[in-house]
Write a protein that binds this ligand. Structure first.
Ligand code: PMP
Length: 424
């Protein structure tokens, strides 16, 4: 039964049981309306309230300066955001260059402006990617696929300092950052490889005058688990299915200066003339933001679950995300300590300085036969109700995903098992 297992899957992850119980009732009959939450119109007042409350609770929990940032619910997953970030921030870059050229050329005719803009795109448009694992690699590859390799700069590749494998983060001094890049992208927590940025990379911090690189981060697998210096980012995004809710809704937190009236996306006609891709309307932040995330039919049920998770977090931790951060760190530290205590049995995959608090990746080397040892580890763990521990198919090994829904007691159960397995 649900009460007997602790599920360490990497996503979808376990959700709090009381949230699911409330949601199950809401699916049948929402607040005595006789109609379930998934049946009500997404244009109804109750749907709008659910969206607005979830936005406000997210802003409160993470301390997002609401006046400066827009929270947008989308539907194409983290993967959709790989593309959306490219389209929208390239669009913003073009809009900035367009404005600058109009100023420089005075009242030149349109053809001259377009020609100058095209030259500038070909010469200066660059997107920088810091690749530290499988997910930032996928984002980089999506940028190359959409734009062509000439516009995309692999500013750092962690595999080059670790025998072709992920597991480290190259020193910031070695990052080859472009001048005025349309974006600098990184993945804050690499779910597959167990690599997490220990803190915000200082080379990307804004300068005193507020200028600085346009930073984009994928926080799909560690959002809501530690404090985020939101104002350092132009955009951060995350799928819901790890720490926020169930699969189906993706959140983008975007600096308002990338939206009208400050920034207006270039027209499809202009993008066509510049040889740049035109975003599908569903991936255009401007459109989704203008419609309070309801340009098309959004799954209000998914937003509702996310909202209930946020309300529970706000009820549990009076100091908001700082409270959850302390618990997350505690859980991760006892699991890593148990693994480290038995170096002859376990080998932690990533470098100590960049170990993820959320996805704890290790190999079981007991008796030299890793394959057999890991099979035995998984089998015995499952028999004790510790499930979902198999590593990602691309890297193998064991992965204990230590998301917010894993209680301290759940982590302690895993610690106990790690110890008894080592000694057996
Ligand atoms: N980024 C990260 C860090 C992820 O862990 C995942 C999925 N596990 C994705 C992006 C892709 O998300 P989705 O499956 O929602 O497209």
């Amino acid at each position: 039964s649900r009460a007997e297992i602790t599920y360490f899957g990497a996503g979808p992850a376990a959700l709090p049981t009381d949230v699911l119980e409330t949601a199950a009732q809401a699916l049948l009959d929402f607040n005595g309306t006789g109609l379930g939450i998934a049946e009500h119109s997404h244009r109804s007042e109750l749907a709008t309230n659910i969206i607005n409350e979830a936005k406000a609770d997210l802003a409160s929990y993470l301390d997002i300066p609401a006046g400066d940032y827009e929270v947008i619910f989308m539907q194409a997953g983290g993967t959709g955001e790989f593309a959306a970030s490219v389209y929208n921030l390239v669009g913003a870059w073009v809009a900035r260059q367009h404005a600058a050229i109009l100023k420089e050329l005075g009242n030149a005719d349109e053809a001259a402006v377009v020609a100058a803009l095209r030259e500038r795109v070909e010469k200066d448009l660059k997107l920088d990617y810091i690749v530290t694992g499988g997910w930032s690699l996928k984002a980089y590859q999506e940028a190359v696929r959409l734009l062509g390799p000439e516009y995309v700069n692999l500013a750092a590749d962690a595999r080059t300092i670790n025998d072709g494998k992920f597991g480290k983060i190259p020193d910031q001094s070695t990052w080859k950052l472009s001048k005025d890049a349309a974006l600098v992208y990184f993945c804050d927590n690499e779910t597959v490889d167990g690599v997490e940025f220990p803190e915000f990379p200082s080379v990307l911090a804004p300068k005193e005058d507020g200028t600085g690189p346009i930073v984009v981060a994928d926080m799909s697998s560690n959002i809501l688990s530690r404090k985020v210096p939101v104002s350092n980012y132009s955009l951060l995004f995350f799928g819901a299915q790890k720490n926020l809710g169930c699969t189906g809704v993706t959140v983008a937190v975007l600096k308002k200066s990338f939206l009208p009236p400050t920034t207006t996306q270039p027209s499809p006609a202009l993008l066509r003339k510049l040889g740049l891709p035109i975003p599908p309307i569903m991936l255009q932040y401007e459109t989704i933001a203008k419609n309070n995330s309801l340009y098309n039919t959004l799954s209000i049920f998914d937003v509702y679950i996310a909202g209930q998770v946020l309300k529970k977090l706000l009820r549990t931790y009076s100091d908001k995300v700082a409270g959850q951060q302390a618990v997350s760190e505690k859980k991760a530290s006892i699991i890593y300590a148990a693994l480290e205590a038995h170096p002859d049995v376990y080998r932690i995959v990533p470098d100590k300085t960049v170990r993820s608090r959320m996805n704890i990746c290790f190999r079981v080397t007991k008796n030299g036969n890793v394959d057999e040892a890991e099979k035995a580890f998984l089998k015995e763990a499952t028999s004790q109700g510790l499930t979902g521990l198999k590593g990602h198919r691309s890297v193998g090994g064991i992965r204990a995903s230590n998301y917010n829904s894993i209680s301290l007691e759940g982590a302690e159960k895993l610690v106990k098992f790690i110890e008894t397995f080592a000694k057996a």
